[in-house]
Design a protein around this ligand. Structure first.
Ligand code: PLP
Length: 321
């Protein structure tokens, strides 16, 4: 049976006292069920937020204080760095480090990304988790099916559930999964007080997506592996980055003009942003990230279309460069 969507914002008190649910800024039955299911997948206490960035921002504001420093994995989701720059006005400092090695000493929070988007590098979990600071791992592009950060010694797993977890490009949603009860309680308190909580409908879209996550992710992995192998053989392609799992890959063509021609020539593969949906999309990342990425870097998120049809589309676009 599918979980009902309870859109109530208030529930009656029980014998004059608040019951399990009282006001939807605090929680709701649909949200709680989605959190229970995600918590089981990631092996911790899950809390949902109104977006991946709302979840990321809440981690920093709830768990750090002015003057403290985040060690951020280089080459990860550019929006995380933008958010941390924004919070520098509130006294949060950021240093970047190469997540293939140990984080710098003296920092207060280590921020990994597994795999990083769009460079697709994996962290050295052992080196990060012996660091005395709390370790957050954004495992959006791996999903709990491939990387379970808490089992690898991290304190917090972070997801843009907008991507693979919800999976259909119709739900903006974030999630934090905590190893410790104290961190989960602090983040819940922060969410209750500041309000970045998703609506019941959005939480329900996560419940709709989770039962097919495994088959979607397996198919996306199979197709993306085949496409990465073919791109590696293609004369118009320079570097191919693919971690060996999932539907996200990036590759470089000769420059910005060539990248633009490719992204605007595909027909089956949409020219749009985001990742993890059931339909494929491609974009030159320099439009968002500027000089952080090579001008010819294209990010491809593979959906559920037939692999031969996807390759024919991509190959046709590459031939037109
Ligand atoms: N983390 C990663 C790895 C992402 O790719 C994104 C979005 O692209 C985010 C976090 C932010 O998530 P949202 O767009 O749901 O706020």
């Amino acid at each position: 049976m599918s979980t009902p969507i309870d859109r109530s914002t208030t529930w009656p008190y029980v014998d004059g006292e608040p019951g399990e649910f009282d006001y939807s800024r605090y929680s709701s039955p649909t949200l709680a069920e989605a959190e229970r299911q995600l918590g089981e997948l990631d092996g911790g206490d899950a809390l949902l937020f109104a977006s991946g960035m709302a979840a990321a921002t809440s981690i920093v504001l709830a768990l750090l204080s002015p003057g403290q420093t985040v060690a951020l994995a280089k080459g990860g989701y550019y929006g995380t760095g933008v958010m941390l720059d924004e919070l520098s006005r509130w006294g949060v400092r950021t240093v970047e480090f190469d997540q293939a090695g140990p984080p710098p000493p003296g920092v207060d929070l280590v921020w990994l990304e597994a795999p990083s988007n769009p460079y697709l590098t994996m962290p050295d979990f052992e080196a990060a988790t012996v660091h005395p600071a709390r370790v957050v791992c954004d495992s959006t592009a791996a999903t709990p099916l491939h990387v379970r950060p808490l089992e690898l010694g991290c304190d917090i797993a972070l997801h843009s559930a907008t991507k693979y977890l919800a999976g259909h490009d119709d739900a903006l949603l974030g999630a934090v999964v905590c190893a410790s009860d104290a961190d989960a309680a602090r983040l819940l308190e922060f969410r209750k007080r500041t309000g970045p909580v998703p609506a019941a409908d959005t939480a329900w879209l996560l419940l709709r997506g989770l039962p097919t996550l495994e088959v979607r992710f397996a198919r996306q992995t199979e197709t993306a592996s085949a496409i990465a192998a073919r791109l590696r053989e293609h004369s118009a392609v320079q570097t191919v980055r693919y971690p060996g799992f999932g539907g996200l890959l990036s590759f470089d063509v000769a420059g910005a003009d060539a990248a633009r021609r490719v992204e605007t020539s595909t027909r089956l593969i949409a020219n749009k942003t985001s990742l993890g949906g059931v339909t494929s999309r491609i974009e030159a990342r320099a439009r968002w990230e500027g000089e952080r990425v090579p001008p010819g870097l294209l990010r491809l998120s593979v959906g559920l279309e037939h692999p031969d049809a996807l390759w024919a589309d991509l190959d046709g676009a590459l031939r037109g460069i």
